[in-house]
Design a protein around this ligand. Sequence first.
Ligand code: BTN
Length: 244
Amino acid sequence: MHTEKLILLDEVESTNNYAMGLVHEGLAQHGMAVFSNHQTGGKGRRNKQWDSERGKNITLSIITDMQTIALYRQFDLSIIAALSSYEFLKKYTDEEIKLKWPNDIFFNDSKAGGILIENVVKGNVWEYAVTGIGININQTLFYGELLQAISLKQITGKDYDVVELVKELIEIFLCKYDELKQNGIGKMFTEYKKVLFKLNEKVKLKKGNAVFETIIKGVTPYGQLITFDNAERRFDFDEVEWVI
Ligand code: BTN
C-alpha cells in the first residue's frame, strides 16, 4: 500500500501549490499526496482555472521523486498519470473512456478529468514532479466553460466515497511509477495509444488563429501528437488546441 502519506485538507488554494510548497521547503517525500475537499484557486493547464464543487470530486496532487528519470522522458509521467486515471475509471464503468492527448480524460465528447504536472528541475536533474489530477466524481451540475464536463456519477448513476477513490487512484499511480522504474514506459505507452481519443478520426485543431482539419494518427514516445492531412505532422504539447 502506498497511501500512508496522504494529506487530507478541507480547503486550500490549490493542492498542486500545497504539494509544491512541501517540495520547496524540503519536506517532500516520494509518494506523498495531497487531497482537498475544496480548492479556492484550482489550476488547469494553459493558465486556466479548475473549478470543482466542494467535496464532490477528486482534486489530488501526488509528489514523485524523479531524480533517476532523464529529463527528456517527461512525457512518461504524463502517460502514467493519464493511464492511471483511465484504469481507475474503468474499474467503475464498462463505458468507453478515452485519453485525449496529451492527458485529458474523456467520456464521449465530455471531459471527465484533467491533469496538470509541475516539475522541479535543477540543472539537468528532474528532481521532483507534482502530478495534479482532477476527476469529476459526484458533481452533476456544470456551468459556463464546464458545460462540456461530465462526472463518474453521470456515467454510472451512482454516488461514491471520494476519499476512498482518492486512495485507489494514488495506489494505481504509484504502482505505475514503480513499473516505469523497473521496466520502462514501453508497455504503458502501448496501452495509452490504444485508448487515444479520436484515433484515426478527422478532428479540428487550432494553431495560433488558424483552425484546420486533420486525422489523429498517434503520439510519439516524447509526447508529440502525430496527425495526417496532406502530410504527416507532429505537434508539441502547447502548439495546438483541440476544437471540439
Ligand atoms: C486541466 O485539464 O486543465 C488540468 C486540470 C488539473 C486539475 C487538478 S485538481 C488537483 C490539482 N490542483 C490544481 O490546482 N490543479 C490540479
